[in-house]
Design a protein around this ligand. Structure first.
Ligand code: ZN
Length: 376
């Protein structure tokens, strides 16, 4: 049995949770913000559930949980177990508190990247606050990069005419030990931040990573994010109608996006965008497809596309992106033969990896059959 509870913190801009009875003892995580945080403990359901589903069959929450949040978490468990059969169903033992009503504010998570700029621009009329979180994409201990990213997000938000709420958390110190960040946890982490901000926003936009046709199970997903909603804060997964390349095309006319776009979490920490990693290169390639690379002040205007060969085993989202960029280059008649060759190389490498995986699986099945025959 694992116990989840709030632990007292000095002041109202800080909230902490503790999970005790874990296989490695007790662990704590803290959130700090530049605004007051809702410390009722509703946020601890998304913050802990994917972790609990890896290790526990029962969990007790000391705080009163929101009735809508509790019902949603049951459906979140159904969805996650359907995606990842290794997860357990967790029986939640908790008392429910009273329902609340949502604050009229509308928040949107904002890292300064393509997806968040797209959502911030398209939904600008509704958005009252942008929300920057340090400790998720940028590591909690990477203070320098976190400060740089925050300063850029703050300046961009100011020019977009929106106040920026800044939150910092070390939750990944706990979650990374149990729950895969991309596949399972990052949407739940964002939801925990959104629920802590219930005194400022009643609806929170989560910018999408994928377009709907490319959607495979993923930690932030149009079916999963809304299930972390409570009576006080609802979540919306936004921007599934476009590919990343199309989003880049949509934000290129926006001068603020072109001056602050930040896509890179690699590099040496000094450069705003390194211009050499897969994400920088794919962003530059998309900008090139729309003949807008020269308009972007935060990326180099010349690229060595051969660096894409360093991506030896492309991830799903990289292949999806490479295919979309190839389509955009063809549709707009942009020649860039060197770039096309490297993107085709990525798609080909992915195809080879997948056939190798299929062959391995087939070999395993045949071997199993032979062993069964031998023992009969
Ligand atoms: Zn980079």
């Amino acid at each position: 049995m694992i116990h989840v509870r709030s632990i007292p913190t000095p002041g109202t801009r800080m909230a902490s949770l503790e999970l005790s009875g874990m296989p490695d003892g007790s662990c704590q995580a803290t959130y700090w913000a530049d605004v007051t945080l809702d410390d009722r403990g509703h946020a601890w359901l998304p913050a802990s559930l994917p972790i609990l589903m890896r290790i526990a069959e029962r969990a007790t929450f000391d705080d009163l949980l929101d009735p809508v949040g509790l019902a949603g978490s049951e459906r979140a468990q159904d969805l996650l177990i359907g995606w990842y059969p290794a997860l357990h169903r967790v029986a939640i033992n908790a008392e429910t508190g009273e329902s609340g009503s949502p604050h009229p504010g509308v928040g949107c998570f904002f890292s300064g990247g393509v997806d968040s700029f797209y959502s911030a621009i398209v939904r600008s009329a509704q958005i009252t606050h942008l929300i920057f979180v340090h400790g998720l994409d940028v590591g909690f201990d990477d203070v320098r990069r976190g400060e740089m990213a925050l300063a850029a997000a703050r300046a961009a938000a100011h020019e977009l005419g929106k106040p920026l709420i800044s939150v910092r958390t070390d939750i990944r110190r706990v979650s990374d030990r149990w729950s895969p960040w991309g596949e399972e946890y990052h949407g739940a982490a964002l939801a925990s931040v959104g629920l802590l901000l219930s005194e400022h926003v009643g609806h929170v936009i989560v910018p999408a990573t994928y377009q709907t046709p490319d959607m495979s199970p993923w930690g932030s997903h149009p079916k999963l994010d809304p299930l972390w909603s409570t009576s006080r804060v609802t979540f919306e997964h936004h921007g599934v109608e476009l590919t990343r390349t199309e989003k880049i095309a949509a934000i290129t006319p926006n001068d603020i996006a072109m001056r602050y776009l930040r896509v890179c979490w690699e590099g040496d920490g000094e450069a705003y965008n390194c211009g050499r990693c897969s994400k920088c290169l794919r962003t530059m390639a998309s900008l090139r497809a729309y003949r807008a690379l020269d308009a972007c002040a935060t990326l180099p205007h010349q690229a060595d596309w051969r660096l894409l060969r360093d991506v030896r085993k492309p991830k799903h989202y990289e292949v999806v992106d490479a295919k979309a960029i190839l389509e955009a280059l063809a549709a707009r008649g942009v020649r860039e033969r060197g770039l096309r060759r490297e993107l085709q190389g990525m798609v080909r490498r992915d195809r080879l990896w997948r056939s190798a995986r299929r062959l391995r699986a087939a070999a395993r099945t045949t071997l199993k059959r032979v062993r069964v025959r031998d023992t009969e």
